[in-house]
Unconditional design. Structure first.
Length: 366
Protein backbone atom coordinates (compact mmCIF):
# COMPACT_ATOMS: atom_id res chain seq x y z
CA UNK A 1 0.00 0.00 0.00
CA UNK A 2 1.54 3.31 -1.00
CA UNK A 3 1.13 6.45 1.06
CA UNK A 4 -0.98 8.84 -1.05
CA UNK A 5 0.79 11.82 0.53
CA UNK A 6 4.29 10.63 -0.34
CA UNK A 7 5.86 12.69 -3.12
CA UNK A 8 5.58 11.14 -6.57
CA UNK A 9 8.78 9.26 -7.43
CA UNK A 10 11.28 11.70 -8.95
CA UNK A 11 8.92 12.63 -11.75
CA UNK A 12 11.57 12.16 -14.43
CA UNK A 13 12.02 15.90 -14.99
CA UNK A 14 12.44 16.90 -18.60
CA UNK A 15 15.79 18.36 -19.55
CA UNK A 16 16.20 20.84 -22.36
CA UNK A 17 19.95 21.28 -22.69
CA UNK A 18 21.22 24.20 -24.74
CA UNK A 19 23.29 23.09 -27.71
CA UNK A 20 25.21 26.37 -27.52
CA UNK A 21 26.39 26.68 -23.93
CA UNK A 22 25.01 23.72 -21.99
CA UNK A 23 22.51 25.80 -19.99
CA UNK A 24 18.74 25.15 -20.30
CA UNK A 25 16.43 26.18 -23.12
CA UNK A 26 13.04 27.83 -22.45
CA UNK A 27 10.01 28.13 -24.71
CA UNK A 28 10.08 31.60 -26.32
CA UNK A 29 6.59 33.22 -26.43
CA UNK A 30 5.48 34.36 -29.86
CA UNK A 31 7.68 31.78 -31.63
CA UNK A 32 7.66 28.04 -32.21
CA UNK A 33 11.12 27.85 -30.68
CA UNK A 34 13.08 27.10 -27.53
CA UNK A 35 15.62 29.77 -26.66
CA UNK A 36 18.57 29.86 -24.26
CA UNK A 37 18.29 32.85 -21.89
CA UNK A 38 22.10 32.98 -21.64
CA UNK A 39 23.53 32.57 -25.14
CA UNK A 40 20.44 33.02 -27.35
CA UNK A 41 20.79 29.60 -29.01
CA UNK A 42 17.45 28.46 -30.53
CA UNK A 43 15.89 25.09 -31.32
CA UNK A 44 12.53 24.47 -32.99
CA UNK A 45 9.93 22.78 -30.73
CA UNK A 46 9.47 19.20 -31.90
CA UNK A 47 5.70 18.99 -31.46
CA UNK A 48 4.24 15.48 -31.57
CA UNK A 49 2.88 14.51 -34.98
CA UNK A 50 -0.31 13.03 -33.51
CA UNK A 51 -3.35 15.27 -33.51
CA UNK A 52 -5.25 16.48 -30.44
CA UNK A 53 -7.43 13.66 -29.16
CA UNK A 54 -10.78 13.81 -27.41
CA UNK A 55 -11.31 11.29 -24.61
CA UNK A 56 -14.52 9.60 -23.45
CA UNK A 57 -15.41 11.41 -20.21
CA UNK A 58 -15.55 8.09 -18.32
CA UNK A 59 -11.79 7.72 -18.76
CA UNK A 60 -11.32 11.24 -17.34
CA UNK A 61 -13.62 10.45 -14.40
CA UNK A 62 -11.64 7.27 -13.63
CA UNK A 63 -8.57 9.26 -12.53
CA UNK A 64 -7.85 10.09 -8.88
CA UNK A 65 -9.37 13.23 -7.36
CA UNK A 66 -6.99 16.21 -7.26
CA UNK A 67 -7.10 16.33 -3.45
CA UNK A 68 -5.39 12.92 -3.26
CA UNK A 69 -2.58 13.81 -5.63
CA UNK A 70 0.92 13.92 -4.15
CA UNK A 71 3.25 16.81 -5.00
CA UNK A 72 5.94 16.28 -7.62
CA UNK A 73 9.49 15.63 -6.57
CA UNK A 74 12.00 17.14 -8.96
CA UNK A 75 15.76 16.68 -9.02
CA UNK A 76 17.05 19.81 -10.72
CA UNK A 77 19.32 19.00 -13.64
CA UNK A 78 20.94 22.43 -13.34
CA UNK A 79 22.13 22.39 -9.73
CA UNK A 80 21.11 19.01 -8.35
CA UNK A 81 18.67 20.46 -5.80
CA UNK A 82 15.68 18.37 -4.71
CA UNK A 83 12.57 20.46 -5.22
CA UNK A 84 9.04 19.52 -4.28
CA UNK A 85 6.25 21.26 -6.16
CA UNK A 86 2.53 21.28 -6.87
CA UNK A 87 2.97 22.61 -10.38
CA UNK A 88 3.30 20.73 -13.64
CA UNK A 89 6.06 23.16 -14.50
CA UNK A 90 8.04 25.67 -12.49
CA UNK A 91 11.57 27.01 -12.15
CA UNK A 92 14.21 25.77 -9.75
CA UNK A 93 14.19 28.18 -6.80
CA UNK A 94 17.99 27.97 -6.58
CA UNK A 95 19.27 28.18 -10.15
CA UNK A 96 16.12 29.06 -12.19
CA UNK A 97 16.46 25.99 -14.44
CA UNK A 98 13.11 24.91 -15.88
CA UNK A 99 11.49 21.95 -14.08
CA UNK A 100 8.78 20.20 -16.09
CA UNK A 101 7.08 17.08 -14.71
CA UNK A 102 6.10 14.11 -16.82
CA UNK A 103 2.37 13.89 -16.19
CA UNK A 104 1.82 10.88 -18.47
CA UNK A 105 2.16 8.40 -15.58
CA UNK A 106 0.43 10.71 -13.09
CA UNK A 107 -2.76 9.77 -11.26
CA UNK A 108 -4.32 12.97 -12.61
CA UNK A 109 -5.58 13.46 -16.15
CA UNK A 110 -2.54 14.52 -18.22
CA UNK A 111 -2.84 17.58 -20.49
CA UNK A 112 -3.83 16.69 -24.05
CA UNK A 113 -3.25 20.07 -25.64
CA UNK A 114 -1.50 23.35 -24.99
CA UNK A 115 -2.07 26.79 -26.41
CA UNK A 116 1.47 28.20 -26.55
CA UNK A 117 2.22 31.78 -25.45
CA UNK A 118 2.11 34.20 -28.36
CA UNK A 119 2.29 37.39 -26.26
CA UNK A 120 5.82 38.14 -25.05
CA UNK A 121 6.45 39.66 -21.63
CA UNK A 122 7.19 43.03 -23.27
CA UNK A 123 3.84 42.96 -25.10
CA UNK A 124 2.01 41.90 -21.93
CA UNK A 125 3.54 44.93 -20.17
CA UNK A 126 2.35 47.21 -22.98
CA UNK A 127 -1.20 45.81 -22.68
CA UNK A 128 -1.04 46.33 -18.93
CA UNK A 129 0.18 49.93 -19.34
CA UNK A 130 -2.68 50.67 -21.78
CA UNK A 131 -5.15 49.12 -19.37
CA UNK A 132 -3.81 51.11 -16.39
CA UNK A 133 -3.86 54.36 -18.38
CA UNK A 134 -7.51 53.90 -19.35
CA UNK A 135 -8.79 53.36 -15.78
CA UNK A 136 -10.78 56.29 -14.38
CA UNK A 137 -9.93 57.58 -10.92
CA UNK A 138 -7.02 55.20 -10.57
CA UNK A 139 -4.31 56.16 -8.10
CA UNK A 140 -0.97 57.06 -9.67
CA UNK A 141 0.51 53.83 -8.34
CA UNK A 142 -1.69 51.95 -10.85
CA UNK A 143 -0.29 53.94 -13.77
CA UNK A 144 3.16 52.68 -12.82
CA UNK A 145 2.03 49.08 -12.40
CA UNK A 146 3.67 47.81 -15.57
CA UNK A 147 7.11 49.05 -14.53
CA UNK A 148 7.18 47.79 -11.02
CA UNK A 149 5.58 44.40 -11.04
CA UNK A 150 6.81 40.99 -11.96
CA UNK A 151 4.60 39.21 -14.47
CA UNK A 152 4.75 35.44 -14.32
CA UNK A 153 4.04 33.33 -17.38
CA UNK A 154 1.63 30.64 -16.23
CA UNK A 155 -0.36 27.97 -18.06
CA UNK A 156 -3.82 27.49 -16.57
CA UNK A 157 -5.61 24.13 -16.85
CA UNK A 158 -8.98 24.12 -18.62
CA UNK A 159 -11.44 21.38 -19.54
CA UNK A 160 -13.01 21.35 -22.96
CA UNK A 161 -16.05 19.17 -23.66
CA UNK A 162 -17.78 17.99 -26.81
CA UNK A 163 -21.30 16.55 -26.79
CA UNK A 164 -24.16 15.71 -29.11
CA UNK A 165 -27.39 16.94 -27.53
CA UNK A 166 -31.02 16.20 -28.25
CA UNK A 167 -33.60 18.27 -26.37
CA UNK A 168 -37.38 18.21 -26.13
CA UNK A 169 -39.03 21.32 -24.79
CA UNK A 170 -42.42 22.64 -23.70
CA UNK A 171 -43.22 26.32 -23.87
CA UNK A 172 -45.46 28.99 -25.33
CA UNK A 173 -45.38 31.15 -28.43
CA UNK A 174 -46.51 34.75 -28.00
CA UNK A 175 -48.02 36.63 -30.94
CA UNK A 176 -48.72 40.35 -30.80
CA UNK A 177 -52.04 41.93 -31.71
CA UNK A 178 -53.33 45.47 -31.33
CA UNK A 179 -56.56 46.68 -29.73
CA UNK A 180 -58.10 50.12 -29.69
CA UNK A 181 -58.70 51.46 -26.20
CA UNK A 182 -60.72 54.53 -25.33
CA UNK A 183 -59.74 56.81 -22.48
CA UNK A 184 -60.79 60.19 -21.10
CA UNK A 185 -58.68 63.27 -20.43
CA UNK A 186 -59.48 66.71 -19.03
CA UNK A 187 -58.94 69.46 -21.59
CA UNK A 188 -59.79 73.07 -20.67
CA UNK A 189 -61.98 71.82 -17.84
CA UNK A 190 -63.91 69.40 -20.11
CA UNK A 191 -63.78 65.62 -20.36
CA UNK A 192 -62.63 64.49 -23.80
CA UNK A 193 -62.72 60.86 -24.96
CA UNK A 194 -59.76 59.70 -27.04
CA UNK A 195 -58.54 56.39 -28.45
CA UNK A 196 -55.16 54.73 -28.57
CA UNK A 197 -53.62 51.50 -29.95
CA UNK A 198 -52.42 49.07 -27.29
CA UNK A 199 -50.25 46.01 -27.94
CA UNK A 200 -51.35 42.69 -26.43
CA UNK A 201 -49.92 39.17 -26.65
CA UNK A 202 -51.78 35.95 -27.46
CA UNK A 203 -50.01 32.93 -25.95
CA UNK A 204 -50.24 29.58 -27.76
CA UNK A 205 -48.90 26.29 -26.41
CA UNK A 206 -45.72 25.12 -28.12
CA UNK A 207 -43.49 22.07 -27.91
CA UNK A 208 -40.79 20.58 -30.03
CA UNK A 209 -37.35 19.14 -30.36
CA UNK A 210 -33.95 20.67 -31.12
CA UNK A 211 -30.52 19.09 -31.43
CA UNK A 212 -27.03 20.51 -31.54
CA UNK A 213 -23.44 19.30 -31.47
CA UNK A 214 -21.18 21.22 -29.09
CA UNK A 215 -17.47 21.46 -29.82
CA UNK A 216 -14.86 22.49 -27.23
CA UNK A 217 -17.05 24.04 -24.54
CA UNK A 218 -14.40 25.61 -22.30
CA UNK A 219 -14.38 25.38 -18.49
CA UNK A 220 -11.71 26.84 -16.19
CA UNK A 221 -10.16 24.04 -14.10
CA UNK A 222 -8.23 25.95 -11.44
CA UNK A 223 -9.39 27.92 -8.43
CA UNK A 224 -5.87 29.26 -7.74
CA UNK A 225 -6.60 32.47 -9.67
CA UNK A 226 -9.90 34.34 -9.37
CA UNK A 227 -12.17 32.20 -11.63
CA UNK A 228 -14.22 35.27 -12.64
CA UNK A 229 -11.15 36.99 -14.05
CA UNK A 230 -9.95 33.85 -15.81
CA UNK A 231 -13.36 33.32 -17.46
CA UNK A 232 -13.41 36.99 -18.50
CA UNK A 233 -10.23 36.38 -20.55
CA UNK A 234 -12.32 34.45 -23.12
CA UNK A 235 -12.45 34.02 -26.06
CA UNK A 236 -9.26 32.04 -26.70
CA UNK A 237 -7.96 31.17 -30.18
CA UNK A 238 -8.38 27.45 -29.49
CA UNK A 239 -7.70 26.65 -33.16
CA UNK A 240 -4.04 27.46 -32.46
CA UNK A 241 -3.75 24.76 -29.79
CA UNK A 242 -0.99 22.19 -30.22
CA UNK A 243 -0.77 18.58 -29.03
CA UNK A 244 0.83 18.65 -25.56
CA UNK A 245 4.63 18.78 -25.56
CA UNK A 246 6.86 19.37 -22.52
CA UNK A 247 8.87 21.94 -24.46
CA UNK A 248 6.07 24.54 -24.36
CA UNK A 249 6.19 24.52 -20.55
CA UNK A 250 9.95 24.93 -20.13
CA UNK A 251 10.75 28.22 -18.41
CA UNK A 252 7.12 28.85 -17.49
CA UNK A 253 4.81 27.82 -14.69
CA UNK A 254 1.95 25.39 -15.26
CA UNK A 255 -0.76 24.71 -12.68
CA UNK A 256 -2.43 21.36 -12.06
CA UNK A 257 -6.22 21.32 -12.07
CA UNK A 258 -8.23 21.33 -8.86
CA UNK A 259 -11.67 21.39 -10.52
CA UNK A 260 -12.56 17.73 -11.11
CA UNK A 261 -13.71 16.69 -14.60
CA UNK A 262 -17.18 15.71 -13.25
CA UNK A 263 -17.60 19.21 -11.85
CA UNK A 264 -16.23 20.68 -15.11
CA UNK A 265 -18.79 18.75 -17.17
CA UNK A 266 -21.63 20.09 -14.98
CA UNK A 267 -20.45 23.65 -15.68
CA UNK A 268 -20.17 22.83 -19.40
CA UNK A 269 -23.77 21.54 -19.37
CA UNK A 270 -24.93 24.84 -17.87
CA UNK A 271 -23.17 26.71 -20.68
CA UNK A 272 -24.78 24.36 -23.23
CA UNK A 273 -28.20 24.86 -21.61
CA UNK A 274 -28.00 28.59 -22.36
CA UNK A 275 -27.41 27.88 -26.06
CA UNK A 276 -30.13 25.18 -26.15
CA UNK A 277 -32.60 27.66 -24.62
CA UNK A 278 -31.90 30.03 -27.54
CA UNK A 279 -32.38 27.12 -29.98
CA UNK A 280 -35.79 26.36 -28.41
CA UNK A 281 -36.85 30.01 -28.70
CA UNK A 282 -35.84 30.12 -32.36
CA UNK A 283 -37.80 26.89 -32.92
CA UNK A 284 -40.91 28.31 -31.19
CA UNK A 285 -40.85 31.46 -33.31
CA UNK A 286 -43.53 34.14 -32.94
CA UNK A 287 -42.92 37.54 -31.35
CA UNK A 288 -42.10 36.32 -27.84
CA UNK A 289 -41.34 32.94 -26.35
CA UNK A 290 -41.63 31.20 -23.02
CA UNK A 291 -39.66 28.02 -22.37
CA UNK A 292 -41.12 26.21 -19.37
CA UNK A 293 -39.18 22.94 -19.46
CA UNK A 294 -36.32 21.41 -21.43
CA UNK A 295 -35.18 17.82 -21.24
CA UNK A 296 -31.77 17.15 -22.83
CA UNK A 297 -30.06 13.85 -23.54
CA UNK A 298 -26.30 13.85 -24.17
CA UNK A 299 -24.36 11.38 -26.27
CA UNK A 300 -20.75 11.04 -27.47
CA UNK A 301 -19.59 13.14 -24.52
CA UNK A 302 -15.83 13.59 -24.72
CA UNK A 303 -13.37 15.90 -23.03
CA UNK A 304 -9.74 16.81 -22.65
CA UNK A 305 -7.43 18.86 -20.49
CA UNK A 306 -5.90 21.90 -22.15
CA UNK A 307 -3.34 24.42 -20.88
CA UNK A 308 -4.00 28.10 -21.67
CA UNK A 309 -1.35 30.83 -21.27
CA UNK A 310 -1.66 33.90 -19.02
CA UNK A 311 0.75 36.49 -17.69
CA UNK A 312 -0.23 36.82 -14.03
CA UNK A 313 0.86 39.39 -11.51
CA UNK A 314 -0.15 41.28 -8.43
CA UNK A 315 0.65 44.72 -7.15
CA UNK A 316 0.46 46.29 -3.73
CA UNK A 317 -1.68 49.31 -3.06
CA UNK A 318 -2.92 50.56 0.29
CA UNK A 319 -1.54 47.50 2.05
CA UNK A 320 -3.59 45.19 -0.16
CA UNK A 321 -2.54 42.89 -3.00
CA UNK A 322 -4.43 43.34 -6.29
CA UNK A 323 -4.44 40.58 -8.90
CA UNK A 324 -3.95 41.08 -12.65
CA UNK A 325 -4.09 38.54 -15.49
CA UNK A 326 -3.22 39.10 -19.15
CA UNK A 327 -4.37 36.68 -21.87
CA UNK A 328 -1.13 35.17 -23.25
CA UNK A 329 -2.64 34.96 -26.76
CA UNK A 330 -4.75 38.09 -27.17
CA UNK A 331 -3.18 40.50 -24.64
CA UNK A 332 -6.56 41.19 -23.01
CA UNK A 333 -6.20 42.41 -19.41
CA UNK A 334 -8.49 41.56 -16.51
CA UNK A 335 -7.63 42.98 -13.15
CA UNK A 336 -8.72 44.43 -9.89
CA UNK A 337 -8.07 48.11 -9.58
CA UNK A 338 -8.16 50.49 -6.66
CA UNK A 339 -9.96 53.84 -6.81
CA UNK A 340 -8.16 56.94 -5.71
CA UNK A 341 -10.13 58.59 -2.91
CA UNK A 342 -8.16 61.81 -3.51
CA UNK A 343 -9.02 61.95 -7.22
CA UNK A 344 -12.70 61.16 -6.63
CA UNK A 345 -12.89 63.84 -3.90
CA UNK A 346 -11.29 66.41 -6.22
CA UNK A 347 -13.72 65.48 -9.02
CA UNK A 348 -16.71 65.80 -6.67
CA UNK A 349 -15.45 69.20 -5.41
CA UNK A 350 -15.00 70.44 -9.01
CA UNK A 351 -18.58 69.41 -9.89
CA UNK A 352 -19.94 71.08 -6.72
CA UNK A 353 -17.99 74.28 -7.49
CA UNK A 354 -19.46 74.34 -11.02
CA UNK A 355 -22.97 73.88 -9.62
CA UNK A 356 -22.44 76.77 -7.23
CA UNK A 357 -21.26 78.98 -10.12
CA UNK A 358 -24.33 78.06 -12.17
CA UNK A 359 -26.69 78.80 -9.27
CA UNK A 360 -25.00 82.12 -8.55
CA UNK A 361 -25.17 83.04 -12.23
CA UNK A 362 -28.91 82.39 -12.42
CA UNK A 363 -29.65 84.18 -9.13
CA UNK A 364 -27.80 87.27 -10.42
CA UNK A 365 -29.41 87.26 -13.86
CA UNK A 366 -33.01 86.90 -12.61
ZN1 LIG B 1 22.92 28.60 -24.26
ZN1 LIG C 1 18.49 24.15 -9.80
Amino acid sequence: MTDPNAPSPASAPRIFPCGGCGARLEFAPGTDRMRCPYCGHEDRVTAPTRGIREHAVETLFARSPAAQIAPYHFVCQGCGAHVQGDHLAQSCQFCASPLVADPSNDAQVPPEAVLPFSVTQALARESLAEWAKSRWFAPNSLKRVNEAERLKSTYLPHWTFDAATDSTYVGQRGEYYWVTETYTVQENGESVTKTRQVRKTHWYPAHGRVSRFFDDVLVNATTKLDPKKVTALEPWPLEKAQPYAHEYLAGHEALRYDVEPEQGLETAKQIMAGVIDQDCRRDIGGDEQRVTSVSTSYSDVTGKLMLLPVWAGAYLHGGKSWQIVVNGCTGEVQGERPYSAVKITIAVLVVLALLVLVVVYFLNSS
